[in-house]
Design a protein around this ligand. Structure first.
Ligand SMILES: Nc1ncnc2c1ncn2[C@@H]1O[C@H](COP(=O)(O)OP(=O)(O)OP(=O)(O)O)[C@@H](O)[C@H]1O
Ligand SMILES: [Mg+2]
Length: 249
């Protein structure tokens, strides 16, 4: 099958079941290189499960997920994950590693020189708004929840992977820091041309960051389109989310 070079990830009729119950079903969509695809949906709608099908934490029960044209089931897991930065919902930092070691983990696994790693780690900590002089030597338990999330984002960016999966990475931040990081992240994503899959249940955030929005409902992708197309969707779940865009006062 000829490979379309503009496509980073493709879902073909994907269903993933546990104990004979589908968690997601009938997923058919492509993620374009360089786009920010926002997966929006209420709690339990299948967003995290869809992400985990991309980096092979889950393998489809039916259908297949292609990464760079190759089914994830055929990918060497380690090689695949080196191409994919992953920020998980709970940040997933190693508790017994300093911030510096956590952020520099993948570069060090890839054999970068210590000086190069340190420069990169400091650059990334600046980027996510954490002063390296203050934070590099701390341990995760010495940080606030929002600071830990920012370290998680820095870590995912560290080895410059072409694809980033971000599962509610800004969830624990105060609204001002959150907006700053969203804007910073959008600038960065456009500048670096990364392919990003970003999960949120916050429609405001989806509109700030999206190239396209994919709306999940009951384990299915029910709407997929640009923000403008989303605004005109008549799907009841899209209408329910659009209600939340209206100003509260
Ligand atoms: N390992 C698992 N085994 C069985 N069921 C699971 C497993 N992981 C998730 N589920 C179920 O699958 C459904 C989808 O879960 P998922 O984590 O993908 O939702 P989500 O959209 O990410 O929700 P949230 O916004 O709360 O993080 C839920 O009903 C959940 O209870
Ligand atoms: Mg989730």
């Amino acid at each position: 099958m000829p490979q379309d070079n503009q496509i980073a990830v493709e879902f073909h009729n994907v269903t993933f079941s546990r104990n004979n119950r589908p968690l997601v079903s009938n997923l058919n969509f492509s993620i374009h290189r360089g786009e920010a695809l926002i997966l929006l949906g209420r709690s339990g709608s299948g967003k995290t499960t869809t992400m985990k099908l991309i980096n092979r934490l889950f393998i489809p029960t039916q259908g297949e997920v292609l990464f760079d044209g190759i089914p994830t089931a055929q990918w060497d897991e380690i090689k695949l994950r080196r191409k994919i930065g992953y920020v998980i919902q709970e940040t997933g930092l190693f508790p017994h590693f300093t911030v510096e070691r956590n952020v520099g983990l993948v570069p060090s696994l890839e054999g970068w020189k210590p000086k190069q790693i340190k420069t990169r780690v400091y650059e990334l900590l600046h980027l996510v708004g954490l002063d390296p002089e203050k934070f590099a030597q701390r341990y995760p338990h010495e940080l606030s929840g929002g600071q830990r999330q920012r370290v998680g984002v820095a870590r995912a960016l560290a080895a410059d992977p072409p694809v980033l999966l971000m599962d509610e990475p800004f969830g624990a931040l105060d609204p001002i820091t959150r907006l700053e990081l969203q804007q910073e992240f959008k600038r960065l994503q456009q500048e670096l041309g990364k392919t990003v899959v970003f999960v949120t249940h916050d429609i405001q955030e989806a509109f700030v960051l999206a190239s396209r929005i994919g709306l999940m409902d009951g384990g299915e992708l029910v709407v997929l389109g640009t923000t403008n197309e989303f605004l005109h969707s008549q799907h009841p779940e899209a209408l329910a989310f659009l209600q939340c865009l209206k100003p509260a006062i």
